[in-house]
Design a protein around this ligand. Structure first.
Ligand code: ZN
Length: 449
């Protein structure tokens, strides 16, 4: 269902020129390649499972049109492939030996490492997605673990994005439910942008907001169909994820699609979270982050903002030294690498600004009726979100991804420290009620249970 909005999203995308999502697209991409890159060779990068699912078919299609193919790079699975910088360096050095156009055939990790390696090699690349598992196929930037810190490294989105609905539907069910979790996270991303806009930190761009939000609830409306492997539902999910990626391409920022729910997941990515013998997927971590962020927002909406005194709250913010101690304490017992703590120290002390906090808090207080109304309308009520996740096959409690409940909820403190992007966690921190709200979620009988 290529809607008018999706067409408009593709038109507004500055880096992606074509998106093919139909049953013949693995073959059509060879024709498209021949038109765009006459005389150039291709090099497929895949994991062993995605090579079997689609890579060999793509290579056959290229060869049948007489397109030269370098020896494919196929990462053997297991071990599980991580989006870390070593793989990027390895690919980039390999690309230096030829001038072939890289074709990433796989899921989010393959796409991210090829995206950045291609950019470092000064080349465009093509993405052939094999699962409706993440929004990153169409986004600018790659989510990479570098020096122990999860970060978004700049690089251009693919020139073409290609997917065959039957290949997407044949992907393991946990990858489809991961995509559902990543798409549902946009509810919180939108709410955090509303908050950041209201306090004057990050004004909403109406078109980017619309691209992410306008069709979101429709695309999230059939969780059980996607979970059952219905190709049409999975194609709708894939297109929904693609659209949110295009909003990032348009705005050159992940703001439209990533709020504090992603910060929870970034913390657990830095902690290298495994469960039942495999790394927990991005989308499953984001699903728990989305539930936690929704719970915290509901607690805030219930408690209200009337008793917040902006000057007193900002005056209660810690000194830089005390803030640094808070960061070190928050990461005590976390398996995150030293580099992650150092980076958090830098970010958390840099964004500590009592003068700015007074302005944020005054604006939030003045507009509270409007802001709280918009946030309430933007978020799915917790109980309904949880039920949709259950139907989609997403995790619904921290234990489902190997986390202790209280530890997962308390991740809010670390999540607030790792990125300079205003979210509801910053509003609570500046108002000096983050502790209270985290405590209320922990004490609640239904949240994250
Ligand atoms: Zn995501």
């Amino acid at each position: 269902m290529q809607t008018a909005l999706l067409k408009s999203a593709l038109d507004s995308a500055t880096e992606t020129e074509e998106m093919l999502v139909d049953s013949g697209s693995l073959e059509s991409v060879a024709r498209l390649f021949a038109e765009h890159f006459p005389g150039r060779a291709a090099v497929i990068v895949a994991a062993s499972d995605t090579w079997t699912a689609a890579g060999s078919r793509v290579e056959k299609a290229f060869r049948s049109l007489g397109i030269r193919c370098e020896k494919p790079v196929v990462f053997a699975i297991p071990p599980f492939l991580h989006g870390d910088y070593d793989h990027i360096a390895e690919l980039r050095d390999g690309f230096a030996a030829h001038d072939a156009i890289p074709i990433a055939v796989g899921g989010g990790t393959i796409n991210d490492i090829v995206k950045r390696a291609s950019s470092e090699a000064g080349r465009r690349y093509i993405c052939v997605a094999t699962a409706a598992s993440v929004d990153g196929y169409t986004s600018s930037g790659a989510a990479i673990l570098k020096d122990g810190f999860k970060q978004t490294l700049a690089c251009a989105a693919p020139i073409f994005v290609v997917a065959d609905p039957d290949v997407l539907a044949a992907a393991p069910a946990y990858l489809t439910s991961s995509g559902y979790g990543d798409l549902a996270s946009k509810l919180v991303a939108g709410s955090d942008w509303i908050v950041a806009d209201a306090v004057g930190s990050d004004p909403i761009n109406a078109y980017a907001f619309r691209l992410t939000q306008e069709e979101l609830r429709t695309r999230l409306s059939g969780p059980e169909k996607a979970a059952a492997g219905d190709p049409e539902a999975i194609m709708g999910l894939f297109e929904g994820l693609a659209m949110t990626g295009f909003s990032m391409q348009f705005l050159k920022s992940s703001r439209p699609v990533s709020g504090c729910e992603h910060l929870f997941s970034h913390v657990w990515e830095m902690e290298d979270l495994y469960f039942e013998g495999r790394p927990v997927t991005h989308g499953h971590k984001v699903a728990i982050g989305t539930l936690a962020a929704t719970a915290l927002s509901e607690v805030l909406l219930r408690r209200g903002f009337a008793d917040i005194d902006p000057a007193a709250s900002a005056g209660g913010l810690p000194s830089s030294e005390a803030r640094a101690r808070e960061v070190v304490d928050a990461f005590k017992g976390s398996p995150a690498a030293r580099g992650a703590v150092d980076a958090a120290l830098k970010v958390a002390t840099a964004k500590l600004d009592p003068k700015a906090a007074i302005v944020h808090l005054e604006r939030a207080k003045d507009r509270w009726t409007e802001v709280s109304g918009r946030v309430a309308a933007q978020l799915e009520p917790y109980a309904e979100l949880r039920e949709a996740f259950r139907k989609a096959g997403c995790p619904t409690k921290p234990e489902d991804i190997g986390l202790n409940r209280e530890y997962a909820i308390r991740t809010a403190f670390r999540a607030q420290m790792i990125r300079d992007r205003y979210t509801v966690l910053d509003l609570m921190y500046e108002a000096r009620i983050l502790d209270e709200c985290v405590g209320a979620v922990i004490a609640d009988g239904t949240y994250l249970r």
